[in-house]
Write a protein that binds this ligand. Structure first.
Ligand code: B12
Ligand code: SF4
Length: 512
C-alpha cells in the first residue's frame, strides 16, 4: 500500500526559535515500512500546501496519515483532508498523534466524512494493524486497537512492545537542513525515554502515556546517535535523566565511541539537583542547552500548576545549572489573570537572572486535568489560538492590554538574550553556520518583531472560525484521573531502580 505521512504547518513558536523534525511521524513511517508498505513523508513546516497537493496528485497514495500533536493544527488538517477527499474519494484518510488522541470524536465530526478514522495512541503499534485491516473492510478496521471511526470506538490503544525495535525513518524527509534550535543548526531529534512519572495539572504528557515511563536501551540509543548526520541533537524526553544510571551509561558510551555532537534537553529542577554527576558528564560531552520548566516564580504559582517542587529547589537548580556553564532556558507561565503590576514584577525578575526566559500563556488543553477542573470559562473555541502564545481564557486586563504587556515582556527578554555581548559571542557561530549554508539561526535573530506583535495576536482572535473546539465538561472537583489516559497501563513494568522510584514517589506525593 502507498502511505503518505504528513506533518502539518508551523506554529508561531516554530517561526522564530526552533523547527524540529517530526520524530513521532518518522517512527510511524518506519513501522509502516517494516510492515512492507511503500511510505513517503511530507513536512509542511518546511514545505507548502502546493507541495502537498502536487505530491498527492502525482503519487496517488492509498492512505494519507496526518500527524496531529498540536491542537492548533486541527483546522489545517481538516481542511487538507476535505480538499483531498473532494478530488480522491477513495484515498483512506487517517489522523493520529497527541492532540488527535484527546479530541478524536470532534476531529471526525469536523471532517464531515473526509476523515475515515482517528488512530489514538502510539502510532508504531497501531498503524501496521490499521494498514493490514484495510484489506478486510469496515469490520476489520473497527477492531484495530485505538481506532475511532464514525461507527464507534475500537479496543483501547496498545503500547509498542519494544521502543528499540525501530529507528525513525529520517531518510524520508527531504529538507533536513531546515531543522534547528538556536545555535544547534542543523539539529536532529532523538528519544531516550518515553512518558513521565509526574502529573502536572496543566500537562497532557503523562495522561497520554497513562503515567507510564519507559527507557530505551543505551546501546540502541548510541547506535542511533552514530547514524545521525546532524551535529545538533534535541533530546525530546519530557524529563531527561530521571534515572541516573541510564543517563550515565549513554554519556559514557558517547565518550567511548567518540560521538561528537551538541545537545539540547529538558528536565526538572529536582532531577537536575539529584543527578548532578550525570549533568556534569553531559556538559563535558557537548550538552549546550538545558530547558527547565520552572513555570512560576512564587510558591503559589507552583502549587497551582501542581509542579510538586519547591521554589527553593528550583532556584538551587538554576544556580547549579549556571555553575556548569551550560546555556539555561526557563519557562514561566503567564496567567490571564495577571495585571500590569504582575507583569512588571516578572519582567524585573527575568532581567535579574542570567537565563534565557521564555513566557508562555496558561492554556487549558483537552487531556489535561485543568481542562476538567478549571472553573474559568474559555473565551474562544478557535483551535488555532491554543498554541500557548495566545490567550484563550478570559483576561483580567482588556485583551489588547494583556497582549501589549505580554509582548513587551517577551521583547525585553528577547533583547536581553540578543544583547550586543551575546551577539558578539553569537557572531562566530553565525559565521560558521553561514559558511556551511545554514541560515536558520541567522534568520531567527531578525524575525522576532515581525512574529511577536500585539496587533497580530489580537487580529488572530478576529479570524472567522470554521471549526469550534468542544466545550470542556462542567468543572469537576474530584476527577477520576485514569479516565483521561489514552494508554491504560495494566501491569507496570518498572523502568526505574528502587531509589529513583522512591525519589519520584516522594516528589509526586509531596503536598501541593
Ligand atoms: C518535542 C516536542 C516539541 C517540539 C516539536 C517537534 C516536532 N516537530 O514535532 C517543539 C520543541 C518544537 C515543540 C513545540 C511546542 N510544543 Co511540544 N512537545 C514535544 C514533546 C516534548 C515530545 C514530542 C515528541 O517528539 N515525542 C516523541 C515522539 C516519538 O512521540 P510523538 O511525537 O507524540 O509521536 C507518537 C504519537 O503521538 C503517535 N503519532 C504521532 N503522529 C502520528 C500520526 C499518525 C497517523 C498516528 C497513527 C500516530 C501518530 O505515534 C508516535 C509514536 O509513538 C511533547 C510531549 C510529549 N511527551 O509528547 C510536547 C507537546 C506535544 N508539545 C506541546 C506544546 C504545547 C508545544 C507548543 C505549542 C508550546 C511549547 N512551548 O511547548 C510548541 C509549539 C509547537 C509547534 N509545532 O510549533 C504539548 C501539546 C499540547 C497540545 N495538546 O497541543 C505537549 C504534549 C507537551 C505538554 N506539556 O503538554 N514541542
Ligand atoms: S514533569 Fe513535565 S512532562 Fe511531566 S507531567 Fe510535569 S510538565 Fe508534564
Amino acid at each position: 500500500m502507498k502511505v503518505l505521512g504528513v506533518h502539518p504547518g508551523p506554529l508561531m513558536y516554530t517561526k522564530v526559535f526552533l523547527r524540529l523534525e517530526p520524530l513521532g511521524l518518522e517512527l510511524v513511517a518506519a513501522a509502516a515500512r517494516a510492515a512492507g508498505h511503500d511510505v513517503q513523508l511530507l513536512d509542511l513546516q518546511v514545505e507548502d500546501h502546493a507541495a502537498y497537493h502536487q505530491r498527492v496528485r502525482r503519487w496517488r497514495p492509498d492512505v494519507i496519515a496526518f500527524s496531529c500533536n498540536y491542537l492548533a493544527n486541527v483546522p489545517e488538517i481538516i481542511d487538507l483532508a476535505k480538499a483531498t477527499r473532494a478530488i480522491f474519494p477513495d484515498c483512506f484518510i487517517a489522523v493520529g498523534g497527541h492532540s488527535a488522541s484527546f479530541t478524536a470524536r470532534a476531529i471526525l465530526a469536523h471532517g464531515e466524512g473526509a476523515i475515515d478514522c482517528v488512530l489514538k495512541g502510539e502510532g508504531e503499534a497501531g498503524m501496521p494493524l490499521l494498514l493490514a485491516a484495510l484489506a478486510g473492510g469496515a469490520a476489520a478496521v473497527a477492531s484495530v486497537p485505538g481506532i475511532v471511526t464514525a461507527a464507534g470506538d475500537g479496543p483501547p490503544a496498545g503500547f509498542v512492545t519494544d521502543l528499540d525495535a525501530l529507528q525513525p525513518a529520517r531518510d524520508l524527509l527531504r529538507h533536513r537542513r531546515k531543522y534547528f534550535i538556536g545555535v544547534l543548526d542543523p539539529c536532529a531529534s532523538i528519544e531516550f525515554s518515553r512518558g513521565c512519572p509526574w502529573d502536572c495539572a496543566f500537562c497532557s504528557a503523562w495522561t497520554f502515556y497513562g503515567r507510564s515511563y519507559r527507557l530505551r536501551q543505551p546501546e540502541a540509543i548510541l547506535a542511533e546517535l552514530q547514524s545521525i548526520k546532524e551535529s545538533g541533537i534535541f533530546i525530546v524526553d519530557d524529563v531527561s535523566f530521571i534515572h541516573q544510571e541510564h543517563g550515565q551509561a549513554i554519556g559514557e558510551g558517547i565518550m567511548r565511541r567518540g560521538i561528537d555532537k551538541r545537545y539540547y534537553l529538558e528536565t526538572r529542577g529536582d532531577v537536575l539537583l539529584r543527578n548532578k554527576d550525570v549533568f556534569r558528564l553531559w556538559h563535558r560531552i557537548g550538552l549546550e542547552y538545558i530547558f527547565l520548566g520552572l513555570e512560576a516564580i512564587d510558591e503559589d504559582g507552583l502549587r497551582k500548576y501542581r509542579k510538586r517542587t519547591s521554589l527553593g529547589a528550583n532556584f538551587e537548580a538554576l544556580e547549579f545549572a549556571r555553575s556548569l556553564g551550560v546555556q539555561v532556558a526557563i519557562n514561566i507561565i503567564a496567567d490571564p489573570d495577571w495585571d500590569e503590576q504582575r507583569f512588571a514584577v516578572v519582567r524585573e525578575w527575568c532581567l535579574e537572572v542570567p537565563e534565557v526566559v521564555n513566557i508562555s500563556v496558561n492554556t487549558p488543553y483537552p487531556g489535561t486535568e485543568t481542562w476538567h477542573t478549571d472553573a474559568r470559562r474559555i473565551a474562544t473555541r478557535d483551535y488555532r489560538l491554543y498554541d500557548i502564545q495566545h490567550c484563550v481564557l478570559p483576561t483580567r486586563l482588556p485583551l489588547p492590554r494583556f497582549y501589549e504587556e505580554l509582548v513587551t515582556t517577551q521583547r525585553v527578554l528577547a533583547k536581553k538574550h540578543l544583547s550586543w555581548r551575546n551577539i558578539g559571542e553569537a557572531s562566530h557561530i553565525l559565521m560558521r553556520h553561514l559558511l556551511h549554508g545554514q541560515t536558520n539561526f541567522a534568520r531567527s535573530l531578525f524575525k522576532f518583531n515581525s512574529v511577536y506583535n500585539p496587533a497580530l495576536l489580537l487580529a488572530d482572535h478576529a479570524l472567522p472560525v470554521s471549526y469550534e473546539m468542544p466545550l470542556p465538561p462542567a468543572p469537576q472537583a474530584k476527577l477520576k484521573r485514569d479516565e483521561l489516559f489514552i494508554h491504560r497501563v495494566r501491569q507496570r513494568v518498572p523502568a526505574l531502580d528502587a531509589s529513583t522510584q522512591r525519589f519520584v514517589n516522594e516528589s509526586a506525593n509531596a503536598p501541593q
